[in-house]
Design a protein around this ligand. Structure first.
Ligand SMILES: Cc1ncc(COP(=O)(O)O)cc1O
Length: 390
């Protein structure tokens, strides 16, 4: 029995995840590891199944944004190292200790509070990666003096273990590499300052997908592979460079719920913004903005039917959209591709991002709990994950 009751689903090709890990494996120096970044539920692809596939394909750790995301991975039986890349409130540090999840720190005060919390609860150690802000302007120490203070606080701790040093690039995916080079030089100066102070460096990392593509020699101990893991390029510029071949892993599919052709013109959807002409075939599809399919695609986007483009007509509704089927006679139950390939045609996440004024990162992240995920390996369905009914 099908484990979900709707005809709309995400398909994740685990072979693509594997291929993308192997591509970066071959692109990087042998000593550089791969942290698969599976935050935001694997950029909408499902963190557990993508994380497991990435680890099996050669990644050696996982990165998430929130400790809650790490809990999901541990509860799924993943034992690999996990780093929380964002801020973790001190009152949650005990959970990180119990689940052996590494955290990010950049504040001496936070370190002292976390130490007290772990001492009080008589808990085990927590690995800490120190974040430096070299030009992202988000989280991290911003001076050598601050960095040395934070590292000393860790060295004086009996519960916190200095396990990493990293930074994050703001413009690595842009044609002008001035900013990222300046960030890399600043990061190098932080490293030199630590060495001059006699510190033994833990795991060092700085590259996201874009920097890993353009500067594999900056890999240090590991890269943090996000968007590239999913077969997407961080920017049009990085896609044009084509240094590495990537395989998109996600498709979004549905089945026609209703078809109509009228003898007389009729208006379609809220606001009656489209008028169907006689003999036009209008199909209704069971997906809408409440699934994370953008309302900005109203009267602008398209889907694929029988390998041909079918324009969205009228406004995207909360749960349904209407499309104009070209030429052929569509039937209820016919498969439609909203994101992905069908025959020789493709509707890429890049296209959807351009149509909706965002970036390809956001498009899959918007797909939410209402849409079940079906995972494929070697062209065969292998598992299903549906948050709504779990
Ligand atoms: C700290 C951090 N590190 C790495 C990533 C992954 O970036 P890409 O998706 O561009 O590879 C994200 C992130 O927030």
């Amino acid at each position: 029995m099908k484990p979900f009751c709707r005809d709309t689903w995400v398909e994740v090709d685990l072979d693509a995840i594997r291929a993308n890990v192997e591509t970066f494996r071959g692109h990087l120096p042998a000593q550089t590891g791969i942290m698969a970044v599976v935050k935001a539920d694997g950029y909408g692809h499902g963190s557990v199944h993508v994380g497991k596939e990435a680890l099996d394909a050669g990644a050696d750790s996982l990165g998430v944004a929130l400790l809650d995301e790490a809990i999901v991975l541990r509860e799924a039986g993943i034992e690999a190292p996990i780093l929380v890349l964002g801020y973790t409130p001190v009152d949650s540090v005990a959970i990180a200790s119990k689940l052996k999840v590494e955290l990010t720190a950049y504040s001496e005060a936070w370190i002292l509070e976390a130490e007290q919390a772990l001492q009080r609860d008589e808990l085990g150690p927590v690995g800490i990666h120190v974040k430096t802000d070299t030009g992202m302007g988000r989280l991290g120490v911003r001076s050598e003096e601050e960095l040395l203070r934070v590292v000393s606080a860790l060295e004086n701790s009996s519960k916190l273990v200095w396990s990493g040093l990293f930074t994050h690039f703001a413009c690595a995916d842009e044609p002008d590499q001035t900013h990222v080079r300046r960030q890399y030089e600043t990061f190098q100066s932080f490293i030199q300052a630590l060495r001059a102070a006699g510190k033994k460096l833990p795991k060092v990392h700085c590259c996201n997908t874009a920097a890993a593509i353009a500067h594999p020699e900056w890999g240090y101990d590991t890269i943090r592979l996000g968007i590239g893991l999913y077969g997407l390029y961080p920017s049009p510029y990085m896609k044009e460079r084509a240094d590495v071949p990537l395989v998109p892993a996600l498709s979004l599919k549905t089945k026609i719920a209703h078809v109509k052709v009228a003898d007389e013109p009729f208006t379609v959807s809220y606001g009656a913004t489209y008028t169907a002409q006689p003999h036009e075939q209008i199909a209704t599809l069971p997906i809408g903005y409440a699934d994370g399919y953008s309302r900005l695609l109203s009267n602008r986007g398209a889907v694929l039917f029988n390998g041909e483009r079918a324009p969205i007509v009228g406004r995207v509704c909360m749960d349904q959209i209407m499309v104009k089927i070209p030429n052929e006679s569509a039937q209820v139950g016919d498969e439609i591709v909203l994101y992905g390939r069908q025959g020789d045609e493709e509707i890429s996440l890049d296209e959807i991002a351009a149509l909706t004024g965002t970036i390809n990162y956001e498009v899959p992240c918007l797909l939410n709990f209402r849409i079940p995920k079906v995972y494929y390996r070697a062209g065969k369905e292998c598992t299903v994950h549906h948050l709504l009914t779990k």
